[in-house]
Design a protein around this ligand. Structure first.
Ligand SMILES: Cc1cc2nc3c(=O)[nH]c(=O)nc-3n(C[C@H](O)[C@H](O)[C@H](O)COP(=O)(O)O)c2cc1C
Length: 206
């Protein structure tokens, strides 16, 4: 079966990509608007953009009326955001933040989650998440109906229970993976193959 991209609608392309490129981590993004109101929203079109400097990125779709999501409006205005990683424990709370609240209405009270002050940026962190990344906006790429937000990580906050001294024990993190639509996967079933992995290990310029 081959499908030429020029023959599919945006909805069909979305269904294909959503079901092919998975599991994906969920970035629960905190921002503030110009009046200081906290906004929280989950984004699963999300990944690493660079390791030096450390950068992460996520893709926000334009709304049906062509307008930007509140997260993007806030990041454009303040140039700052925090990525809170989503675990099994907080998935339900996070999903409550995805409803379409009016601009200026904070999702925070609807999630049942709490916040902690950040060190370098104004948007707060979500206390119940074990990993937070404070980010400064690097670039917004306009990509058709999506906007790719690239942020430089200024501070990594790592719960002591998951930090090993040099990296994070991802099996203990219990990160949730987004599958297609409303499906998710648990990431506790970790396996490794050190010997073969070394064959493909690249020498990276740092
Ligand atoms: C698990 C999950 C993942 C999501 N991932 C994305 C995404 O990658 N891009 C996107 O534009 N919307 C995504 N959404 C929808 C946004 O979270 C939703 O539109 C939200 O209301 C945007 O909030 P805002 O207007 O406050 O920024 C996702 C929703 C859920 C529940």
């Amino acid at each position: 079966m081959q499908i030429f991209a020029k023959d599919v609608t945006q909805k069909e392309a979305h269904l294909l990509l959503d079901s092919i490129v998975c599991p994906r981590p969920i970035f629960f993004v905190s921002t503030v608007n110009k009046d200081g109101v906290i906004n929280l929203a989950p984004f699963s079109m999300s990944t690493i953009a660079s390791t030096k400097p450390p950068m992460v990125c996520f893709s926000a779709a334009l709304r049906a009326n062509g307008k930007e999501k509140d997260t993007v409006v806030n990041i454009r205005e303040t140039k700052e955001f925090v990525v809170n990683m989503v675990t099994e424990e907080i998935l339900d709370n996070v999903l409550r933040a995805a409803a379409d609240y009016a601009p200026g209405i904070s999702e925070l009270p609807y999630t049942g989650l709490n916040t902690l002050a950040s060190l370098k940026v104004v948007p707060p962190r979500v206390s119940e998440s074990p990993v937070h990344m404070e980010c400064r906006l690097r670039q917004i790429l306009e990509l058709g109906l999506h906007q790719l937000i690239i942020g430089e990580v200024l501070v990594f906050h790592l719960d002591n229970d998951v930090y090993s001294g040099h990296d994070v024990d991802s099996s203990r993190l219990k990160i949730v993976g987004r599958m297609r639509g409303s499906s998710f996967v648990r990431t506790g079933d970790v396996f490794s193959n050190e010997e073969l992995w070394r064959l493909g290990e690249e020498e990276e310029k740092v």
